[in-house]
Design a protein around this ligand. Sequence first.
Ligand code: DI6
Ligand code: FE
Length: 399
Amino acid sequence: MTILLTGLTATTMVGGYGLIRDAALVLEGRRIAWIGPLSDLPTGFAAAERHDLGGRLVTPGLIDCHSHIVFAGHRAGEFEMRLQGASYEEVARAGGGILSTVTATRAADQAALTAAALRRLDRMRRTGTTTVEVKSGYGLTLADEMKLLRAARTLADLSPVTIRTTHLAAHAIPPEFKGRADDYIDQVAIPSLHAAHAEGLVDAVDAFCEGIAFSPAQVERLFHAAKGLDLPVKLHAEQLSDLDGAALAARFGALSADHLEYLSPAGVAAMAAAGTVAVILPGAFYTLRETQAPPIAALRAAGVPMAVATDCNPGSSPMTSLPLAMNMACTLFRMTPLEALCGVTVHAARALGLSDRGQLAPGLRADLAVWEADHPAELSYAIGADTLHQTIIGGRLDA
Ligand code: DI6
Ligand code: FE
């Protein structure tokens, strides 16, 4: 099936925005076959089924490279506690926080978790997202982590959005392992990684390296297990304090280090040398009323690719919209609108190890977002404006 799209401004993301006014796009099956000015369209494609997009703006489908959408319940009560002055760490130490979501998630069955995650995924798609990374991390037993990863994989049968799954059993220390984080790594995190990998449920391995979670030495043991299975790693690093997590991730050739508010100059240099993507998560910064911004200027100067993601989760970032994350990245962190769009397309693809998407070019997946906009900077400039017209996923106009 060949489809010819006309009446559009293409934002190819090749060499910057790579704008092409009066563009044509030819889709063959799931791939882009040709893109360029309509006036240059090869005559062989002129007979294809033609759709006029009314002069709208087309970008690559957006890629959310960091989310935790498989969970039960919500944490609006904790939100109110924090508004009255309690910190995220205080709530966590009092047994709330991540662990309250763990209790609710353990009690939910796989079908209920899938249904709840699907509602979040549909909201993501309505703001232009066509690929989503989904982490486990609210089960924290072998069986419950498997349940979350199976629920995440099932989403791919129910939605055209591409799902990439990340094992995040090392997200928090459950009550039954209180004070025994090393035992948790040995008895749950590593065994659940082996079991989930054997079932084909794992695309990457992540951990939360933080005072309230796992130490660098514990993360390192998990990463050795990941490398033994030939799985790429990523890390929640330097979100609340500097434990040199990003440098640890870089030593393991990590795809990404994420959050990074407390990243040091040495961490920036280590990421640059390893080619590790910095995943910027302004939703968590905003929700936690954090005051220390990630070192954007230093990352930029060092040439570290920066991605932007929602971190969609019930505690620190109950947000599904990537355009809103882009707006926050610009306004809160002074990223440029071009950097923000690179962050949800070409650099987000790299943070997931995906080389078949994130730009508009022949041979790449035909994942597109069509916007009621004239210029791509409008996507960052608008605040929660929902300017999406439609998505086209894997060449399907009805997706
Ligand atoms: N950092 C975060 O911001 C989320 N996880 C993490 O490691 C928060 C998850 C939660 O509060 O439920
Ligand atoms: Fe996260």
